[in-house]
Design a protein around this ligand. Structure first.
Ligand SMILES: Nc1nc2c(ncn2[C@@H]2O[C@H](COP(=O)(O)OP(=O)(O)OP(=O)(O)O)[C@@H](O)[C@H]2O)c(=O)[nH]1
Ligand SMILES: C[S@@+](CC[C@H](N)C(=O)[O-])C[C@H]1O[C@@H](n2cnc3c(N)ncnc32)[C@H](O)[C@@H]1O
Ligand code: SF4
Ligand code: SF4
Length: 328
């Protein structure tokens, strides 16, 4: 691994410290996982009898805020709250209240939306305005089968509620061959009608569904070819470190593709992750990370310095850990 560096550009007025690695990737986004637990059991993500860590190991609200505050000094701009299911965390409200007071440009939440109705006001008030919601089927039976739950109506209701409250919503849909790939055009219509962008995620080789991944995988280029038979697609410009490539269709729908398998985006990756037990990681697909729990300010800085050298340049092939354990 090449050595990494902090850059420091000082002027009389400002002190711009940024975290830039030796490949020129600036760390400006942090994903924080609030729990590895979940109230659903999406079959590609976790088994029915999943086991979770002891809550005693969780970071406290102050510990999360400390790391975010540290990183803000080094140029952090965005935080996305995830899990497991982040809305299960009992201290969710105090966490967003604290994070919302920090100098971040954008705060997001990735959720299955089952409990979203409880927190709409808090999200609006504490600047958590970018909500990505997982929805893998528009068919109730199928949704319930994929998630091994009975929450379809609640999730749809909560999507509408969040949209009416003025939150920026995006839908995340993992497309799986023989499971939900016959719904692509229904999803496009749903997105157009509700005026909510939808992103189709490639089924990644991570988590519980790794065995099925090979059979059920459909690549983004394959889906695009299919959609082009019906709609003209115009590329929309996105931030260079965006996970998705986005298009406007001729019917007005905005759709995107997160093609982590067929078109990895590691070259512009700007993300670090913080797990609920205080392990800070440079990559979603790497097991290695560094613990920041209980460290003093100077020691945390040393951890950030070391982590800069830990982000792979090429997408790792073998992944042994679960998505919910690191914050998907
Ligand atoms: N390989 C890889 N996949 C990622 C990364 N970040 C997100 N993803 C994938 O993208 C999916 C959706 O991520 P979201 O939680 O919606 O976050 P996002 O796309 O970064 O969110 P925006 O802020 O809306 O751009 C995740 O479930 C992963 O499958 C990453 O750093 N590497
Ligand atoms: C791990 S979940 C955590 C947040 C929340 N529970 C949710 O479902 O949005 C984050 C995202 O990861 C996606 N995901 C989980 N396992 C995946 C896999 N093997 N391939 C692609 N996406 C996956 C989910 O569909 C979801 O959109
Ligand atoms: S994808 Fe999200 S909602 Fe589904 S089991 Fe995993 S953590 Fe839970
Ligand atoms: S695989 Fe790792 S390095 Fe590549 S984009 Fe994802 S988190 Fe970043």
């Amino acid at each position: 691994m090449k050595k990494s560096l902090f850059t420091s550009i000082e002027t009389p007025e400002v002190n711009l410290n940024t975290l830039v690695d030796s490949y020129g990737r600036k760390i400006r986004k942090l994903r924080i996982s609030l729990t590895d637990k979940c109230n659903l059991r999406c079959h590609y993500c976790m088994p029915l009898d999943a086991t979770f860590m002891d809550e005693q190991r969780y970071l406290s609200v102050d510990e999360y805020a400390q790391v975010v505050e540290d990183l803000c000094k080094f140029g952090l701009e965005e935080v996305r709250i995830t899990g497991g299911e982040p809305l299960l965390r009992k201290s969710f409200k105090s966490l967003v209240e604290k994070i919302g007071s920090l100098p971040l440009k954008k705060i997001g939440l990735t959720t299955n939306a089952v409990l979203l109705h409880k927190y709409i006001e808090d999200l609006c008030e504490y600047r958590v305005h970018h909500i990505n919601i997982s929805l893998d089927s528009l068919n109730e039976d199928r949704f319930n089968k994929i998630t091994r739950s009975k929450n379809f109506k609640k999730v749809l209701e909560n999507i509408s509620l969040a949209k009416s409250a003025g939150l920026n919503i995006k839908i995340n849909t993992v497309l799986m061959k023989g499971v939900n790939d016959d719904e692509i055009f229904d999803f496009i219509e749903f997105s157009r009608e509700l005026e909510i962008p939808i992103r189709f995620l490639e089924f990644m080789r991570i988590g519980h569904g790794r065995q099925e991944q090979e059979d059920q995988f459909i690549s983004a280029p394959e889906i695009i070819k299919n959609i082009k038979k019906k709609y003209e697609m115009n590329l929309i410009s996105s931030e260079i470190d965006s996970t998705s490539v986005n298009y406007r269709l001729c019917n007005g729908a905005e759709i995107g593709f997160i093609a982590s398998e067929s078109m990895p985006f590691c070259g512009h990756c700007s993300r670090w992750r913080l797990s609920c037990d205080g392990i800070i990681k440079a990559c979603l697909l790497k097991s290695e990370g560094l613990s920041i729990k209980g460290l003093e300010s100077k020691e945390r800085e040393e951890v950030y310095y070391e982590l800069l050298g830990m982000k792979p340049f090429l997408r790792p092939k073998e992944v042994s850990h679960q998505m919910n354990s690191i914050g998907g």
